[in-house]
Design a protein around this ligand. Sequence first.
Ligand SMILES: Cc1cc2nc3c(=O)[nH]c(=O)nc-3n(C[C@H](O)[C@H](O)[C@H](O)COP(=O)(O)OP(=O)(O)OC[C@H]3O[C@@H](n4cnc5c(N)ncnc54)[C@H](O)[C@@H]3O)c2cc1C
Length: 304
Amino acid sequence: MDKKLISLLHRFGKVIFDEPMAKHTTYTTGGPADYFFIPKDPVCLGEVRDAATKEGLPFTVIGGGSNLLISDEGIHGVVVALSGEGESGIQIVGNDEHILYVDARVDKKAFLEFALRRSLCGMEFMAGLPGCIGGGIAMNAGTNMGWFSDILGRVRIIDKDGQVREQDMSDGMISYRGLKFDRGTIILGGYFRLRKAESSERPVRLVAEIIRDRENKHPLEYPSAGSVFKNPEGHASWKLINDAGLRGFQIGGAKISEKHTNFIINTGSATSSDIYRLIRHVQEEVEKKFGVHLEPEVRMLGEF
Ligand SMILES: Cc1cc2nc3c(=O)[nH]c(=O)nc-3n(C[C@H](O)[C@H](O)[C@H](O)COP(=O)(O)OP(=O)(O)OC[C@H]3O[C@@H](n4cnc5c(N)ncnc54)[C@H](O)[C@@H]3O)c2cc1C
């Protein structure tokens, strides 16, 4: 038992031992985390990481778990959950209603609703995106209507040396499905630049349309992590998977969705190993048939 670390975790928040990560991922799969930690104030995380590192323990930060495949063996060390915050984690910055500081733990949905109520726009692309703001920033989440980096001006972070600081966004940080931060950066929140909408109904209508469209196109009735693969340059992953004849293909409880072939769904009994083996199978088949490498968008944690 790492007594010093455990007393630190108790001091700074709530710690659960051997917490099944299946409870914290939208795939509903994944083995236990040694120490699942929910901090009262994430500013403590520099110190907590330091203590974990001194004990030789890995340290992982997650948000809403909607882009994660966690090994059935679980994750060693400390797993920090930065999630579960509502609108209380949102502040209007200065006198400027168009700039909002949003805590990493805030749900995207709460942020969207907050902005819609103030007739702001620019964030509508977030409609229907699961998870939290921190995960959205880390992933540079988005759709063909926009990405996080389009509206993110600055981030508040704990850097690799444990210092809390702010960092302006720069072009060099922007990439498809992932902002480039120094290794070990913990995202505490972000400053978002939105615009006043010409009419308050327009963004509300647009959000409703996007949600309807996603409900029609995505297999939301099953657990998943959304699109599994990034789109390779010049290709759509769903089409490559479809044309490789993999629509509906299944390994154990993991299945290529018939509704959207870039989704792997958990039909009820999938393990992370089933999902992982299906990911590898899709990669092999697509590579064999089309010579194109599919890179997972889903992040894998633990050992596979
Ligand atoms: C049904 C469905 C539909 C989806 N549709 C889309 C879509 O249209 N577009 C899209 O981009 N994504 C989509 N996703 C994927 C996912 O929702 C997004 O990537 C989301 O932004 C992840 O947020 P999260 O809070 O769940 O992050 P998590 O899944 O918990 O984490 C994702 C990554 O971010 C890191 N991370 C999380 N929080 C922090 C933090 N505070 N500091 C440092 N690192 C952190 C984690 O370590 C991990 O590497 C979809 C998922 C589902 C289930």
